[in-house]
Design a protein around this ligand. Structure first.
Ligand SMILES: *Cc1c(COP(=O)(O)O)cnc(C)c1O
Length: 446
């Protein structure tokens, strides 16, 4: 192990990592990145097929984003955002309002996806207190959902291997079954489905709406839960039920925002209007931390009062609306417009999906699902019974290691191999990534 890695393991504690594993599998020392490639200290490169944790959009080290950051630094690095403001935050808030669903008119900045979610939950909660419907305190979420790693966000996420140890800390939330089509909770097939799985939501809203503040969902793609892609009809139905029963619809677009699904935001596929929307990951094209919670005039107005009324939203983070991050986000959104990013990526999407469907030829590929530049393959031990590989098989780790040998960063979620491709990717690169992954999975068995 070289001296940098030795020092890394001496001082750094990495996220989601059993540090003991690092003795045999030390982290890879990356020295530079350009476009969709990362280069290590030994001169190897890797295709960033997962957009550096679902963040990168226009490729690494984009010259326009770099320029924007440098320009911002010439005049202002950071200031507090209470009592003070700055032009980059003003321009960005205006821009975000213009590209998001029409009913969203106010922007509350923070610095990561989990805080954007915490803010949405607290805004919704306090809204009902402020408008004197004090019993509306509960949140509803899907049992495979993921909304972040802070305690509030975990409380509305699914309880799995990663967070079950913290279960006693969570506030009580109401879990509903996930519209996980491959493993349908009501035993339907995709061909005979009429969204029967909406029933529990309907029953719940009907009987408990006086106690429910909001429902939080990842629109169309439940990313960390296993890239579960559910029918847009489900989202549409949830949205209309929420409206009918006076329950906030909170959409967590942290992973799906900024073009991943082929539209700027996933909610545009169904034309729903959330009461609160959380965005982060892709907002700066993956180069600086930033997030925002967008909301409506109605919610904003419930906090807008005389100081003595005690309706203020007392929440904030030190690096709220950091000017450098805001400039990077503005530059990224400008690239979207000037380079027709969404239009171009929509030309590539059908090709990408066609290539993905080829994976069905492999025996252990139980399900292939895709939307936009996101694609997932659910591997199973037995296609008939959909039996999963055992936890101890660590099949994901095998694929990860094989991937590295083939210059690919594949980081399966358990048995689910996925692509979360940067929007700047070229067709040739998609072909190369897919064909190498195909070989890796095919060779896993025989
Ligand atoms: C990653 C993610 C989060 C959490 O974002 P962090 O920046 O890691 O805190 C929240 N919601 C969704 C849907 C995510 O994918």
């Amino acid at each position: 192990m070289n001296k940098w890695l030795k020092k890394d393991l001496q001082y750094n504690w990495h996220p989601y990592t059993q540090m003991k594993d690092c003795l045999s599998n030390p982290p890879i020392l990356i020295e530079r990145a350009k476009g969709i490639k990362l280069y290590d200290d030994k001169g190897n490169f890797y295709y960033d097929t997962i957009s550096s944790w679902w963040c990168n959009i226009h490729g690494h080290n984009h010259p326009e984003i770099k320029k924007a950051i440098i320009n911002q630094l010439k005049s202002l690095d950071h200031i507090l955002f209470a009592g003070f403001t700055h032009k980059s935050a003003i321009k960005l808030a205006e821009k975000l309002v213009s590209i998001s669903p029409d009913n969203l008119t106010k922007v509350f900045f923070s610095d990561n996806g989990s805080t954007a979610v915490e803010i949405a939950l607290k805004m919704s909660f306090q809204y009902w207190q402020n408008v004197d419907q004090k019993s509306k305190q509960k949140f509803v979420s899907l049992d495979y959902s993921y909304h972040g790693d802070t305690v509030g966000a975990m409380s509305v996420s699914g309880v799995d291997l990663f967070n079950e140890v913290f279960n006693p800390l969570f506030f009580k939330s109401i879990k509903i079954p996930t519209p996980y089509c491959y493993r349908c909770p009501v035993g339907r097939e995709r061909t005979n489905c009429d969204i029967e799985c909406i029933k529990p939501v309907e029953d719940l809203f009907k009987t408990k709406n006086k106690d429910i503040a909001g429902i939080i969902l990842e629109p169309l793609v439940m990313a960390a839960g296993g890239m579960i892609i559910y029918p847009s009809k489900y989202l549409k139905r949830v949205a209309s039920l929420a409206k009918k029963y006076n329950i906030h619809l909170i959409l967590d677009e942290v992973a799906t925002g900024f073009g991943r699904t082929g539209k700027m935001f996933a909610s545009e596929h169904v034309d729903v209007e959330p009461d609160l929307m959380c965005i982060s990951k892709g907002i700066t094209s993956g180069c600086l931390p930033l997030s925002a919670t967008l909301t409506t005039e109605d919610i904003y107005n419930a906090f807008y009062a005389d100081y003595e009324d005690k309706k203020t939203f007392y929440h904030g983070h030190t690096y709220t609306a950091n000017p450098i991050s805001c400039s990077a986000a503005l530059a990224s959104l400008k690239i979207f417009e000037e380079n027709n990013v969404l239009k171009n990526v929509n030309l590539l999407i059908p090709e990408f999906h066609k290539m993905l469907r080829e994976f069905k030829k492999i025996e252990i590929v139980g399900d292939v699902r895709c939307i936009g530049m996101i694609g997932a393959l659910e591997l199973v031990k037995d296609r008939e019974t959909k039996e999963k590989f055992s936890f101890k098989d660590r099949i994901g780790l095998k694929i990860y290691k094989e991937g590295l040998k083939q210059n690919l960063i594949l980081r399966p979620l358990g048995d689910i191999v996925y692509f979360f491709l940067p929007l700047s990717i070229k067709q040739k690169e998609v072909e190369l990534i897919i064909s190498r992954t195909f070989k890796i999975i095919k060779n896993l068995k025989g």
